[in-house]
Design a protein around this ligand. Structure first.
Ligand SMILES: *[C@@H]1O[C@H](CO)[C@@H](O)[C@H](O)[C@H]1NC(C)=O
Ligand SMILES: *[C@@H]1O[C@H](CO)[C@@H](O)[C@H](O)[C@H]1NC(C)=O
Ligand SMILES: *[C@@H]1O[C@H](CO)[C@@H](O)[C@H](O)[C@H]1NC(C)=O
Ligand SMILES: *[C@@H]1O[C@H](CO)[C@@H](O)[C@H](O)[C@H]1NC(C)=O
Ligand SMILES: *[C@@H]1O[C@H](CO)[C@@H](O)[C@H](O)[C@H]1NC(C)=O
Ligand SMILES: *[C@@H]1O[C@H](CO)[C@@H](O)[C@H](O)[C@H]1NC(C)=O
Ligand SMILES: *[C@@H]1O[C@H](CO)[C@@H](O)[C@H](O)[C@H]1NC(C)=O
Ligand SMILES: *[C@@H]1O[C@H](CO)[C@@H](O)[C@H](O)[C@H]1NC(C)=O
Ligand SMILES: *[C@@H]1O[C@H](CO)[C@@H](O)[C@H](O)[C@H]1NC(C)=O
Ligand SMILES: *[C@@H]1O[C@H](CO)[C@@H](O)[C@H](O)[C@H]1NC(C)=O
Ligand SMILES: *[C@@H]1O[C@H](CO)[C@@H](O)[C@H](O)[C@H]1NC(C)=O
Ligand SMILES: *[C@@H]1O[C@H](CO)[C@@H](O)[C@H](O)[C@H]1NC(C)=O
Length: 397
């Protein structure tokens, strides 16, 4: 009995020790050196019609280049090289021409391990008059994001804000905020995605847009562009831990096809939730769904994005739609706000592990009932023995 009791306490201890280790591990994570340049090498500053942001994230023996561009449809390009000295070379004449590739190069070209880009191509709106949340019926003409009027990039420490609008938005806007990270961490705002130094985060929100129907819902169309290994399938993982994103138990991951390589080369990851308020409470969460990625015309995508045109000679493209809200959820009109967050990164996507808090709670949660059970067992044993002894005395009486 005592031995078993000891073992169950031992389990609690192991879990506590584990959680302390996790804490220690988190504070000594891998770091990258970040350098941020707006419109690198541009002689006419700023270039007409939009901006290009270059973030160089240098690791021990590699570099990640994040390029965020508002010339055409907003695009984020990630290039992973195997040296810490690779650079971005621009030819602005060619870049702004926008009719052939080569305007942007990452050099030396032989150091490029992997590249992937995400293009925010269209915003779609449909009239969900029957509240079925069926995004294929009663569509309004789509908004093409390469047709928007975009603001200049507003830079703060390690994030960049881009807002734009179609004419009919009146006072509303669609904004994208890019954040890059020197090390592992977690945003303060829901969905509190876990990021690493190998990933960047894009928040997208639709604020104050005048919907074309009282019961409008929205969809966002994304194009994933790659050279050799485009993101081509979405995997959905279940997680039992919702500590950081209350009530959401899933993670969606858009990755290259399985046999392109045994290791994941890059990913776009998100939690299937959007929020209807800038500072949301739990009831402001609204589920989102994605359609299956479909092969698209790379040429058409390149035509909408200056960055894609400049970097890729033969872009391979897959597209999908993310739709916000299920049947029965409030319509866009209820708050006139919708925000969604994704992570674009190289290598394996960050995976939420149980946090020290949850681990210690588990240790207590598992340990306490076990101790109670064992104590109960001891009590029953003692009583049985007493009863047996009493019974043994009876015949003598
Ligand atoms: C970086 O590369 C050098 C030379 O190839 C090697 O000696 C070193 O161990 C590498 N460092 C890391 C952290 O991989
Ligand atoms: C940039 O591209 C243009 C057009 O292709 C070319 O004429 C020019 O020489 C290039 N500039 C540099 C610095 O390579
Ligand atoms: C690309 O643009 C340049 C300058 O605007 C033009 O001279 C050239 O013919 C164009 N090429 C193609 C293939 O459209
Ligand atoms: C980087 O990759 C290229 C092409 O794969 C290779 O030729 C080169 O040796 C690599 N460099 C390093 C430092 O690993
Ligand atoms: C909504 O429901 C009505 C009546 O059931 C039907 O006639 C109409 O086609 C439906 N509209 C849509 C967009 O499904
Ligand atoms: C895109 O913009 C062009 C002119 O800039 C306009 O003619 C066209 O109607 C717009 N298309 C959409 C779908 O907004
Ligand atoms: C840039 O962003 C900051 C905070 O994010 C905001 O206070 C400021 O007004 C913005 N500037 C412009 C020109 O939009
Ligand atoms: C847009 O903003 C202006 C000034 O802030 C305001 O007067 C106008 O009523 C707003 N329009 C709409 C449709 O909200
Ligand atoms: C980030 O990338 C570096 C270099 O490829 C690698 O050593 C490190 O393990 C990666 N970190 C994570 C959390 O994936
Ligand atoms: C929803 O939009 C309609 C017009 O499109 C407007 O009359 C109505 O007041 C809006 N409802 C809310 C709750 O804002
Ligand atoms: C994956 O493997 C199948 C057969 O094993 C092959 O037909 C297909 O072309 C491969 N796809 C890629 C992207 O390598
Ligand atoms: C997104 O949805 C619209 C409307 O249903 C459809 O026309 C378009 O092809 C979809 N895009 C993708 C990439 O599936």
């Amino acid at each position: 009995m005592a031995a078993v009791l000891k073992r169950s306490r031992g389990l609690g201890c192991v879990l506590l020790v584990l959680s302390v280790f996790t804490l220690g591990y988190c504070t000594t994570s891998f770091r990258r050196q970040l350098t941020v340049v707006l419109n690198p090498g541009s002689s006419s500053s700023p270039p007409h019609g939009g901006d290009l942001l270059h973030v160089r994230a240098v690791g021990n023996n590699d570099t990640l280049h994040f390029l965020f561009c508002s010339l055409g449809a907003p695009t984020l390009l990630l290039v992973h090289t195997n040296t810490s000295s690779s650079t971005v070379k621009m030819n602005w004449t060619q870049f702004l021409d926008g009719n052939h590739s080569g305007g942007l190069k990452v050099e030396p070209e032989s150091s490029i391990l992997y590249s992937t880009a995400i293009v925010f191509s269209r915003l779609l709106e449909y009239d969900d008059s029957n509240d079925t949340a069926d995004p294929t019926s009663d569509l309004f003409p789509p908004y093409r994001l390469d047709n928007f009027t975009w603001s200049r990039l507003n830079l703060s420490e390690t994030s960049a804000l881009l807002c734009g609008a179609a004419d009919s938005f009146t006072n509303g806007s669609l904004c994208l905020q890019l954040s890059v990270f020197a090390e592992e961490g977690r945003d303060q705002a829901w969905p509190r995605l876990l990021h690493t130094a190998n990933s960047s985060q894009l928040g997208v929100w639709l604020d104050g847009v005048l919907p074309r129907a009282a019961r409008s819902r929205f969809l966002l169309e994304l194009q994933a562009v790659g050279g050799a290994h485009p993101l081509s399938r979405v995997e959905v993982y279940r997680s039992i831990d919702d500590e950081f994103t209350p009530s959401i138990f899933q993670v969606s991951r858009w990755v290259p096809s399985e046999n392109s390589s045994s290791d994941v080369l890059g990913f776009l990851q998100w939690k299937p939730v959007a929020y209807r308020q800038p500072h949301p409470a739990l009831e402001d969460a609204t589920p989102c769904r994605h359609s299956e990625p479909q092969p698209q015309s790379g040429e058409a995508t390149a035509a909408t994005s200056r960055l894609i045109r400049a970097f890729y000679t033969e872009p391979e493209t897959f597209g999908l739609n993310v739709s916000f809200g299920l049947a029965g959820d409030p319509f866009y009109n209820s708050t006139k706000f919708l925000s969604w967050t994704v992570l674009l990164g190289s290598g394996s996507p960050p995976v939420d592990s149980f946090s020290p808090l949850v681990l210690s709670m588990m240790a207590v949660g598992l340990g306490t009932p076990m101790i109670l059970l064992l104590l109960g067992g001891v009590c029953v044993c003692v009583r049985k023995r007493a009863a047996a002894m009493a019974a043994a005395y009876e015949p003598i009486n």
